[in-house]
Design a protein around this ligand. Structure first.
Ligand code: ATP
Length: 356
């Protein structure tokens, strides 16, 4: 089911939770709403589910305008963080409940319940009650309960927030393949960037009720539209610089006397423009060729954390800026006070379109 959100705003008294949000979500797409606490993502999901009414704007499911339609008239199913299972019902009864409400009975009901339980691999738990299940199993029941009604769209509100880290990672894969195999359109709210990066087809990042960027996970990470997004989606170093020269595929920058080369530059910035750069810690590497060329930073190591698969370093540049960098598969140990040279590829020097 294709979903169109057309200039939707929502206020609660003086609080503006959503401000002129427009998004198009493709049929079968797994679309994420990501942002810090209070950015409006749950409000938008609730508007889609029919639990809130937008103050302005329209919402379309396919060609149908559902803006004023109540929740039970929308072809959606919602999965909550708290699962919201009926404690006095067995797993099977919980899953069958939605079908009862829709007057699906007899063998059709039994078949669909069996199918949904099998789909999330909990057939053998069908006679247990929720308090006899682990958190992960309860989440599977919640998923089976939504799948059984065959919705056109699945709305997921931080569904993995109550699970431990390992289970959360396993469930990410399962929820994604579940949506993809059933061709379901999924809209998934989270503030967990890794959940969004690992699961989404596309992500909308919200801040203060405004959509700041809509992009694929890779584009969001590698080409963030602003310093806020670069920082929200992963660790990074911000540097201030000036555009010195610009040609196709090559941009020269001066960063406090250091020459850096980038592959691209937002069109709005011409020669002489003051810009903010983002350099990810994993894009910086130790090099022994100080060389004459660009993209070399002389730094002094200040702090090192050895974490096994990586070492996490904080250094100070000659210009007095703190620089974080990661070392994958570290062998030797860098000592505090050691002076080294860091390199970075031009493709990893990102000039941000917006400074905040
Ligand atoms: P979180 O990650 O903390 O759940 P969120 O991004 O989902 O945050 P929302 O719950 O959508 O944010 O809230 C957006 C803004 O709207 C917040 O400032 C919140 O306090 C406010 N808000 C949400 N629901 C109501 C309500 N029923 N009445 C008044 N204000 C509300």
């Amino acid at each position: 089911m294709r979903i169109v959100i057309d200039h939707v705003s929502k206020s609660f008294g003086k609080v503006t939770a959503l401000s002129d949000v427009s998004l198009e979500i493709g049929d079968g797409e797994l679309f994420f709403l990501l942002g810090p606490s209070g950015c409006g993502k749950t409000t938008l999901l609730r508007c889609l589910g029919g639990f809130e009414q937008p103050t302005a704007g329209r919402i379309f499911f396919g060609d149908e305008d559902v803006t004023g339609a109540p929740a039970h008239e929308r072809n959606t199913a919602m999965v909550f963080q708290g699962y919201a299972l009926w404690p006095h019902m067995t797993v099977e009864e919980n899953v069958a409940f939605g079908l009862e409400m829709r007057r699906v009975t007899g063998t059709e009901r039994a078949r669909r319940v069996d199918e949904a339980l099998a789909r999330v691999q909990i057939s053998e738990l069908r006679n247990r009650r929720p308090n006899e299940l682990s958190g992960g199993q309860q989440q599977r029941v919640a998923l089976a309960r939504t799948l059984v009604v065959q919705p056109g769209c699945l709305l997921l509100d931080e569904p993995l927030a109550n699970l431990d880290a390992k289970l959360r990672r396993d469930m990410r894969r399962e929820i994604r393949s579940l949506c993809k195999e059933s061709g379901l359109t999924g809209i998934y709210v989270t503030h967990d960037r890794q959940e969004a990066l690992s699961m989404a087809d596309r992500v909308a990042v919200l801040k203060d009720g405004v959509v700041r960027q809509v992009a694929s996970p890779q584009e969001l990470y590698r080409r963030p539209a602003s310093a806020f997004i670069a920082n929200f989606i992963g660790e990074t170093n911000f540097l201030r610089g000036k555009v010195v020269a610009k040609e196709t595929g090559r941009v020269l920058l001066d960063v406090a006397g250091v020459r850096l080369e980038a592959e691209s530059c937002p069109e709005a910035f011409g020669i002489g423009a003051e810009v903010v750069l983002s350099l990810r810690p994993e894009a910086l590497f130790r090099t022994y060729s100080a060389g004459e060329g660009a993209n070399r930073l002389r730094v002094t190591v200040r702090e090192t954390s050895y974490l096994g698969e990586i070492a996490d370093h904080i250094a100070m540049s000659e210009q007095g800026q703190e620089i974080k960098f990661f070392e994958l598969n570290p062998v030797g140990v860098l000592r505090s006070g050691e002076a080294i040279t860091l390199g970075v590829e031009a493709r990893d020097v990102v000039i941000l379109p917006e400074a905040d």
